[in-house]
Design a protein around this ligand. Structure first.
Ligand code: TNX
Length: 514
């Protein structure tokens, strides 16, 4: 057995680990001038993407083939079988995503240099191997906060590429917050004219009380959004937009003060934290947000639409005679019920449009709308409660999934928001709590890592915070629980980091001795 392993030409580590990998003892030639061969029309688009993904030469007569074969026996549309055999290379799947993931795995069998931009395929010897694979979870997410700091469209594309490489399939795009509104809404141009710009930004730690005196701004035009959605869809990634309500709304209120509770002009947020400037609960405000969502639905085909719902202080609603009158008029008990009234309105509306609402776990407070799904961030408890009530859940607890937290002791790291989340802890994340029955556990759609960007002003730093922790998260969400093993992951990781290195990713280097 050991002899076989040593004799094979190269057995590069795969990440995330597939369901089953059986190395053979033969070797086959992978030709730089391979042709991706299809057997049916539905594979054409995938074949072109795979040709590009693998940097295949397309000149002169082909000197090798990669066959795509439809196999209805592969039940999971994301599943595939990759065979590198003496008879050539074959990817079997029942749907386009499967072929694509098979090709991503095949790319990991090639030299790390293939991950650099502009790489050209080279002829290499591959060990024969039979790989069977399918994801453990349907929702394998990464959230990027582009509200606190704007990121260029090209930088978003790079994140999407890296997600695809890790077989992550859900890009949660945080587009609005107190410090910036980043999505063009045609009906309300001031949202971006005013709401996308702040006059300056907090500098250093919160307690320093310093500001940089430099304006910060940026937003995505509707064309940008369509481009990103298309770019992601081509890589089998769904983009879930998040439009925050009723809290984290200061930028919107700065643009349209009538949406607030004070009626006075306020400015787009310049510091971090939880602000009291939240949307007022007027019918007009609900209509405004539904108008916004109408444009959002037009841009994002995602079934799930994220409406935030987190951290909504009730101070202004308590103090506002108008909000109090509305509570009475609507037969509600208190401000928590007002928040839940707000969310239910959005839920019903989204349902009518054929979509589903997802929100942070605070949406459970005051009663949750029936079809709504919960993203559990304040630990797992909210997710457990929601799953027991029959709601779908995405687990994203701070303890395991907050990549804005330090990944090593703070003294040796660039400034971060706080917390401590080393790689090993991410790897130990188990999205399905033991306290759920198998029936309840079916409501756990998957998990997600979140990158909030208060202390992350650049894509470079975002990459540093993201990797390799996102590599660990990818394995948690894709690989069978039974195959997951920290020691094994550590053995595979350095070679995987070579791929990230080639791709020009600014990942955090492993600690010496690892
Ligand atoms: C809490 S997670 C927030 C964000 C912050 C984050 C910082 C969540 C739903 N709300 O607004 O950026 O903490 O870690």
């Amino acid at each position: 057995m050991l002899f076989t392993i040593l004799a094979a030409p190269s057995m590069p580590p795969l990440l995330p680990l597939p369901t089953s990998v059986k190395w053979g003892d033969g070797a086959v030639q992978f030709s730089a001038n391979s042709k991706v061969v299809t057997t049916d029309k539905s594979q054409k688009a995938e074949a072109a993407k795979i040709t590009e993904l693998l940097n295949l030469k397309q000149t002169g007569p082909a000197t090798g083939t990669i066959r795509l074969v439809k196999d209805a026996g592969i039940k999971d549309p994301e599943g595939y079988r990759l065979s590198v055999g003496l008879d050539g290379i074959t990817i079997r799947a029942s749907a386009p995503a499967g072929y694509y993931y098979g090709a991503q795995t095949l790319k990991q069998l090639l030299p790390a240099a293939q991950f650099s931009t502009g790489a050209k395929a080279t002829d290499v010897q591959l060990a024969t191997v039979e790989i069977e694979d399918a994801p453990r979870f349907k929702w394998r997410g990464l959230m990027l906060d582009t509200a606190r700091h704007f990121m260029q469209k090209g930088e978003i594309y790079r994140f999407i590429d890296l997600m695809a490489m890790h077989k992550l399939n859900s890009f949660h795009w945080h587009l609005t917050d107190d410090q910036g509104w980043r999505i063009e809404i045609k009906k309300y141009p001031k949202l971006t004219e005013i709401g996308s710009k702040r006059k300056e930004t907090m500098l250093g730690r919160y307690s320093d009380g310093k500001y940089d005196g430099t304006p910060h701004g940026g937003f995505y035009s509707q064309q940008d959004i369509r481009d990103v959605v298309k770019y992601a869809a081509d890589r089998h990634i769904n983009v879930v937009p998040e439009i925050e309500m009723p809290g984290h709304a200061q930028a919107a209120i700065a643009a349209y003060p009538e949406l607030g509770n004070l009626g006075t002009q306020i400015e787009v947020g310049t510091k971090w934290g939880v602000f009291e400037n939240v949307f007022n609960p007027e019918e007009k405000t609900v209509s405004f947000l539904q108008d916004v969502l109408t444009e959002v639905l037009d841009l994002f085909p995602s079934k799930f639409i994220h409406i935030g719902g987190d951290e909504c202080p009730k101070t202004q609603w308590k103090a506002s005679p108008r909000a109090q009158a509305l509570i009475k008029e609507r037969g509600l008990k208190n401000e928590d019920e007002l928040q839940s009234w707000f969310i239910r309105r959005m839920d019903k509306w989204l349902e009518k449009k054929g979509r589903r609402l997802i929100g942070w776990d605070e949406i459970l407070e005051g009663g949750l709308a029936p079809g709504a799904a919960v993203m559990s961030w304040r630990g797992m408890a909210g997710g457990i409660e929601a799953a027991k009530e029959g709601h779908d859940v995405v687990m994203s607890p701070t303890d395991f999934a907050y990549f804005d937290y330090y990944q090593a002791p703070a003294a040796s790291e660039p400034l971060a928001i706080g917390g401590y989340l080393p790689l090993e802890k991410v790897y130990s994340f188990e999205p399905v709590p033991a306290s759920l029955t198998p029936e309840e556990a079916k409501h756990i759609l998957g998990g997600q890592a979140n990158l909030w960007t208060e202390y992350i002003p650049s894509a470079r730093k975002a990459q540093y915070m993201m990797f390799p922790r996102a590599s660990a998260m990818a394995e948690v969400l894709w690989s069978p629980k039974s195959e997951r093993n920290w020691a094994g992951f550590q053995v595979r990781l350095p070679k995987h980091l070579d791929r990230l290195q080639s791709a020009g990713v600014n990942f955090r280097k492993l600690d010496a001795g690892r």
